[in-house]
Design a protein around this ligand. Sequence first.
Ligand code: SAM
Length: 448
Amino acid sequence: MQLPSSFLNSLEGLPGYDPVLFEAAHLQAAPITSIRINPAKKSDLSFSLTPVPWAQMGSYVSPRPSFTFDPNFHAGAYYVQEASSMLLEQVFLQSGLSNQPIRALDLCAAPGGKATHLHSLLAPGSLLVANEVIRSRTGLLRDNMIKWGADNVIVTQNDPAHFEKLPGYFDWITLDAPCSGSGLFRKDHDAIASWTAGQVSHCALRQQRILQAAWKVLKPGGVLFYATCSYSAAENEEIAEWFINEYGAIFMAIQLDSSWGVIETTNGYRCWPHHVLGEGFFFTCFQKPNTAAPIERAFRTEKNKQIKKSVDFSSLVEWIDLDGMDVTEMGGQLMAFPKAMQADLQIIQSAIHPVYAGVRIGEWMRDKLIPDHALALSTHLSSVVEHLPLDYSQAIAYLQRKEIKAATSTKGWMVAAYQGLPLGWLNVLTGRINNYYPKGLRILKEHL
Ligand code: SAM
């Protein structure tokens, strides 16, 4: 692995940088693999786990298993996430916002690593808006939030500037900025060839634009977590300095155990691969001064025309535990969303572009429900829905969308389950079981 000399030269003098150790870390043979367990889905994982010290649910996994061929991965039992990124947990727990219901926004959320992490840390009654501007990546974000089983998440597809319609709305913002990506060189060798100083400057300008938008949406007193997976000061310390000087953002110092190897730098923290068991990462955290006048503006909450109650929802109890949830109809689909956050949903629908919210229950056709995949993966799935337990090879065949051969006396809709965790829907007919695993999610490879 040959790192560009212009890149290496640009790192000289940065806190924690050591050219010999840095290059040696890039020659390390086995890449580090880590996962974060979903506390909402109890599972029995078969691989060898070593805790990531800064994240309660984080673990290193060695050797790297085939996640594609692990049914628990598809059931949302865990998320495969780079360990340094999990330092978000320390910032959130020290932000003063983890013990109260809040409105949180992840502005650059796809594929959903930090959004699923934050979701697991939020106090009950909190709302998470997970946004991704790039349309082709929004579907992946939605699918990952569905897999996580979340009910209090709205997935949006908006440019950060669109959020100006929601001034001062959010208590917490995660801004994991698009960046030049040098921190991931060990995992993404193609990124090495495309690295240029010009790309760093381009990313820095874009980071400033996104921060400007984020600041307007943050409540006075609210907290913004900013991170990149770049080593370049222009995207990290220099951005932090610009932000403090231009906007009066208050840098919040975070207490970190010195044994973790995270290096304190000017207005932020650096993870170097020769100090931390993880990839390159920079993070910092700012508070918006509380002196700003509170936002008086009443947000528009007019009813979205798409939403109307037109179904007798009482029969839904056979499918979904509706405790604390309201059911609405959206584009022909029934969906459940926390009652306490209906006003937020309406405000967000009037202001920006949600592509998914709450739990999609399914389609109501001729007084019958055609259940949606999201319901099977949701923590609200009713306990009266019957499970068809699958063994490992049946579960893989199910995830490949193949025909399932299994004995059951039940007829109709059942969830296919592996070690107690739902994978999706099956419809049992006489002599045949129809596999309803979504085509777009199926495993395409053959299992060796
Ligand atoms: N937070 C994600 C996670 O933990 O899984 C990773 C986010 S990635 C570092 C940055 C994201 O910003 C990408 O999904 C990218 O599509 C998005 N992005 C690209 N250009 C953007 C822009 N101009 N404004 C906002 N987001 C942008």
